[in-house]
Design a protein around this ligand. Structure first.
Ligand code: TMP
Ligand code: MG
Length: 213
């Protein structure tokens, strides 16, 4: 049986270096001649994504539950493309995924279980890499405060929920979750990320799992 592509998710606080690290990972995969595609959530190009974009830029207001469901719907509208890419042997690298959905909404006070529900049975990543940075260090990187959630106190709560999500993923056997210290120089971080990804990216034999099932 031929191997499928690996599904890799990169998570972290705002300004943790996800864009930089996902780009470095993509070029590393290319150099290794591994077919790969980079996706990003929210995908602001779709009709739903445009509503999310407007909300994040505070150009519109939405009930906390409604925006949570839009973020989830934005993943569902791409779920079948993810499956097709993986089945065709392409490694999918995703900048944020359902874990961000839970972490940010739960940090606003919505119940954790409620936040998880709409993402149940989405394709589950084979590996989630959490780029860990303190909210203080993230703030010091600059470019902060432009969008709705980019506030130190919010980011502090988000990091705590991410910790819970990571512990649960690790305990559930649903793919792997690793914490990477993202406060270091970008080349050092990239090297560590590659160490976690390399073997998986050579192809996965087992079937794709579903989130939280
Ligand atoms: P970005 O900065 O990676 O484009 O993400 C935009 C913001 O949206 C970021 O603060 C995290 C937040 N977010 C959610 O609240 N729920 C989600 O499901 C996702 C994917 C992101
Ligand atoms: Mg951001």
């Amino acid at each position: 049986m031929s191997k499928r592509g690996a599904f890799i998710v990169i998570e972290g606080l705002d300004r943790s270096g996800k864009s930089t690290q996902t780009a470095l990972l993509l070029s590393r995969l290319e150099s290794a001649r591994i077919p790969a595609k980079l996706l990003k959530f929210p995908d602001r190009t779709t009709a739903i994504g445009k509503m999310i974009d407007s909300y994040l830029k505070s150009q519109s207001d939405l009930d906390d539950h409604a925006i949570h469901l839009l973020f989830s719907a934005n993943r569902w509208e791409l779920a079948s493309s993810i499956e097709h890419l993986l089945a065709a042997g392409t490694t999918v690298v995703c900048d944020r995924y359902a874990f961000s959905g839970i972490a940010f909404s739960a940090s606003k006070g919505l119940p954790y279980e409620w936040c998880r529900a709409p993402d149940v049975s989405l394709p589950a990543p084979d590996l989630a890499v959490f780029l860990d940075i303190t909210p203080e260090a993230a703030k010091a990187r600059g470019g902060y405060g432009e969008e709705r959630y980019e506030k130190e106190e919010m980011q502090r709560r988000v990091r705590e929920v991410f910790r819970r999500i990571g512990e649960e993923i690790k305990g559930s056997g649903l793919g792997a979750w690793v914490w990477v210290d993202a406060g270091r120089e970008k080349g050092v971080v990239a090297e560590e990320v590659w160490g976690h990804v390399e073997l998986l990216a050579r192809g996965v034999e087992g079937p794709l799992c579903r989130l939280w099932t």
